[in-house]
Design a protein around this ligand. Structure first.
Ligand code: PLP
Length: 430
């Protein structure tokens, strides 16, 4: 995979053959509402350019159903921290299936091992519970906070999943299920102070992603003192501070972005990267709040104690620690961002087309600044079209991730493809 000649125009880069993907999408549309769910729908990429179905993956690469191979920077929307089909993790899971089994009427001991690991690793964690998805985890944390404080209101900042209290699309949800939830913008402690000024006595929880990662926008690091101020305000009003580390936990650092920026919450939730793709999420935090889950607050599902994910999480976390995986990801990501930034600077692409790279080494995003004529939309579409045609799978509306198995060659190639795409956008969509 080496770009020998950089194309002058998008037409110099062959359109991918995605016929099978499109046929499967037609079939899926008659079977499943929308064919595929949510953010995986074609309009969330560049329709007609991106594949819709993947067949398989290995390491940092994936192959679609038409046989096109890509360097994958979306990593399953975050869970793939090591790489696809990471043998040590999969072997541990297969051993659990073959030697012990994983779905029982009582809990297997491996639960305690994983809980001990979380308590040992996470500064806020005196106790933990395990659920299946990030949405389960944020909802559990909010319920614990409401049970603990006896209050109703929740003040939130960021995406926290698809459950009734927080989903953006309100279809099918009675207003009373979210009327006690208020939102503030990232890096705007004044908005939080105002909301708490009005609702402080009724507020059970303030929940926030410690890193700002709004859809289709530049990523935001916390302004100096922002997270500490959020904590101070929450404590001033007696609310539980929850850090939603679903994207950042086990990726930015093992405890996550909160610790990275020096602030410990009362509760933290994790998901995505903690088990390299197996479905598990965790809620952990202060003992007195977590203990609300003993009686007042009910936390249960048939599949929560399914031990395959516990084994996958323990093995993944073990590898992250043993091989200093996150240090390696930071190094790769730092070099990637620096080289993309250098390409932007060299071509004057910020001034010419508003191109920017934001974020932090493990997770970054190339966006185009909004302009009055709304050319940023066409620039974004053209840029990501060039990348996908070159076999670089990045998401036009969502930041990407670096995984451990991305090789230097993958990153060199990607930087070359980005350089080419920026030049084409500057030429064709100035
Ligand atoms: C910060 C954050 N919280 C919660 C969630 C919900 O997680 P899940 O999709 O596993 O339900 C997501 C998912 O993208 C997320 O990014």
């Amino acid at each position: 995979m080496v770009i020998v000649d950089q194309g002058e125009s998008v037409n110099d880069i062959p359109h991918l053959t995605i016929d099978r993907s499109l046929r499967e999408l037609e079939r899926a549309r008659s079977l499943i509402p929308g064919g595929v769910l949510g953010i995986r729908r074609p309009y969330n990429f560049v329709e007609g350019e991106y594949p819709v179905f993947f067949r398989e993956g290995r390491g940092g690469r994936v192959t679609d159903v038409d046989g096109n191979e890509y360097i994958d920077f979306l990593c399953g929307y975050g869970p793939i921290i090591l790489g696809q089909r990471e043998q040590e993790v999969d072997d541990a899971v297969i051993e659990q299936i073959r030697e012990r089994g994983f779905c029982f009427s009582l809990t297997q001991e491996v639960q305690n091992e994983l809980a001990q690991k979380i308590v040992d690793l996470m500064p806020c964690a005196q106790m933990a519970v395990f659920v299946k998805t990030g949405s389960d985890a944020t909802t559990t944390a909010v319920r614990l906070a409401r049970g603990y404080t006896g209050r109703t209101k929740v003040i939130r900042c960021g995406y926290h999943g698809w459950h009734d209290w927080c989903v953006e699309v309100k279809g099918g949800i009675p207003e009373k299920l979210y009327e006690d939830v208020h939102e503030f913008e990232y890096n705007r402690p004044d908005q939080l102070a105002d909301l708490l000024g009005t609702h402080g006595a009724d507020t059970a929880a303030v929940i926030i992603t410690p890193l700002g990662h709004p859809l289709a926008e530049k990523m935001q690091e916390p302004a100096p003192g922002f997270l500490a101020e959020v904590k101070r305000l929450a404590e001033l009003h007696g609310a539980v501070l929850i850090f939603d580390e679903v994207r950042t936990g086990f990726r930015v650092s093992i405890p996550g972005a909160g610790e990275h920026y020096g602030v410990t919450p009362h509760l933290a939730v994790y998901g995505k990267a903690m088990a390299n793709g197996y479905s598990i999420a965790a809620v952990c935090g202060r003992r007195d709040i977590m203990k609300t889950g003993e009686k007042e607050v009910f936390i249960s599902s048939t599949f929560f104690p399914n031990s395959l994910s516990y084994v996958a999480a323990l093995t993944t976390i073990g590898i992250l620690q043993r091989d200093r995986v996150l240090d390696a990801i930071h190094d790769k990501g730092r070099s990637y961002i620096d080289r993309v930034q250098a390409a932007i600077d060299r071509g004057g692409y910020f001034e010419r087309i508003g191109a920017e790279i934001s974020g932090i080494p493990p997770m970054s995003f190339i966006t185009f600044a909004r302009d009055e004529q709304k050319r940023y939309k066409a620039r974004r579409e053209l840029f990501y079209t060039c990348l996908i045609r070159r076999g670089v799978f990045q998401q036009p509306f969502h930041h990407g991730y670096i995984c451990y198995r991305h090789t230097d060659e993958d990153l060199d190639y990607t930087v070359g493809a980005i350089d080419e795409a920026l030049a084409i956008v500057a030429r064709e969509c100035p």
